[in-house]
Design a protein around this ligand. Structure first.
Ligand code: GCU
Length: 356
């Protein structure tokens, strides 16, 4: 039934060849299409990392964790930018798995920090507007200033925020070489809504993330464009979100059926690592069915590696159902557009089960 629906929507195949060099080539093609037509290219130049720890709290969360405030400082031959992030590591655990979490507020994991610490996870918390403001400033502010904007394919805000996550990771991993606190094989990037789109793009471009979590990311994230209900490209092209993408995105408004990609392409770049997608029953704007179907369509990528993508019955999920068997995890939470404790617990359940 689900395959029929993909055929009806004419979702393009990912078509990864079975051999690794062929797959690498196809992955590069897909990256180029996605950057050129939707997210924009990040600038490519040598960078110097001059990040520093501004403040260290030895007894965060009642003594359960050590928290550092990091000022991520990046210099290129042409420019300089800095933004704040927080790294919180639970005490008494060797090689801690980590969440790199994009947040809407400066609060650690948008207020869910203690829950994650108590479950044995470190958190790198990155407040997105501290990186580049979410307003039409022509990408001159914050990290946006690294690249002159063109009307076609220069990076949009999602690519800027994603890039910043990778710079934070550079610093954490460099420091980890001496301190070895974080388990480098278990780093998940996570975000909700526009930050779910960001987490997906970040994870697609940066293979150091072992798992990528999209919560209610909808259009411009995990939801298929073809046949999608709720938000469509024409809405994303509106004032509030147009600058999340590159200029070429506008060429495809109301032409979703002709897109040279679909959201399953973005998901495919995460293979053979783990992808987790969360939807909510009342999130019609994001369209849970199109988010779920995208996982079905992306599974082909994992299969080319001899792995399983989404493992689920041949039907749409029931409210509160979760599918955790495959390399793509999924749950449909009952309720509205939101990322809360129920979602976090599912993510952690999946991580523990797959040791990822
Ligand atoms: C708007 C937008 C969505 C986005 C959401 C959010 O609803 O249309 O694409 O995901 O904001 O980030 O909260």
């Amino acid at each position: 039934m689900l395959q029929k629906e993909l055929e009806r929507r004419k979702v393009p195949k990912i078509a990864f060849p079975a051999d690794e060099s062929g797959r690498r080539e196809r992955r590069e093609e897909i990256k180029t299409v996605l950057c050129r037509e939707l997210y924009g290219f990040a600038p490519d130049f040598p960078l110097t990392d001059e990040s520093v720890i501004l403040r260290k709290e030895e007894n965060a969360f009642g003594g359960k964790a050590v928290a550092c405030e990091i000022d991520v400082r990046v210099r290129s031959p042409f420019n300089y930018a800095s933004f704040r992030a927080q790294l919180v590591v639970p005490k008494g655990i060797k090689k801690v798995p980590m969440f790199l979490c994009y947040t809407f507020t400066p609060a650690i994991a948008d207020g869910c920090g203690e829950e994650l610490i108590d479950n044995g996870y470190a958190i790198a918390s990155l407040y997105y507007e501290g990186v580049a403001p979410d307003k039409p400033d022509d990408h001159l502010l914050g990290a946006g200033r690294f690249c002159r904007r063109n009307p076609y394919d220069s990076w949009g805000k999602i690519a800027i925020w994603a890039w910043a996550g990778s710079r934070l990771l550079d610093y954490i991993l460099a420091r980890n070489q001496t301190e070895a606190v974080i388990d480098e094989q278990r780093i998940a990037v996570v975000g909700h809504s526009r930050l779910g789109k960001t987490a997906l793009f970040a994870g697609a471009m940066d293979e150091r993330y072992s798992m990528v979590i999209s919560n209610d990311s909808g259009a411009g994230g995990i939801a298929l464009y073809r046949g999608k209900r709720g938000e469509r490209l024409t809405n994303l092209a509106g004032k509030g979100s147009r600058l999340w993408f590159c200029g070429n995105m506008l060429n495809w408004v109301d032409r979703e059926e002709e897109l040279p990609y679909d959201a399953n392409y973005l998901a495919a770049l995460i293979a053979p690592r783990h992808l987790y997608v969360a939807s909510a029953t009342e999130d019609d704007w994001a369209d849970p069915q199109s988010e779920f179907l995208s996982c079905v369509a992306a599974s082909e990528a994992w299969e080319s590696y001899g792995l399983t993508g989404l493992v689920s019955p041949d039907r749409y999920p029931e409210p509160n159902e979760a599918f955790h068997d495959g390399c793509i995890g999924y749950h449909l939470r009952k309720g509205t557009h939101y990322m809360g404790r129920d979602d976090w617990h599912r993510f952690m359940e999946y991580r523990a089960r797959h040791n990822v």
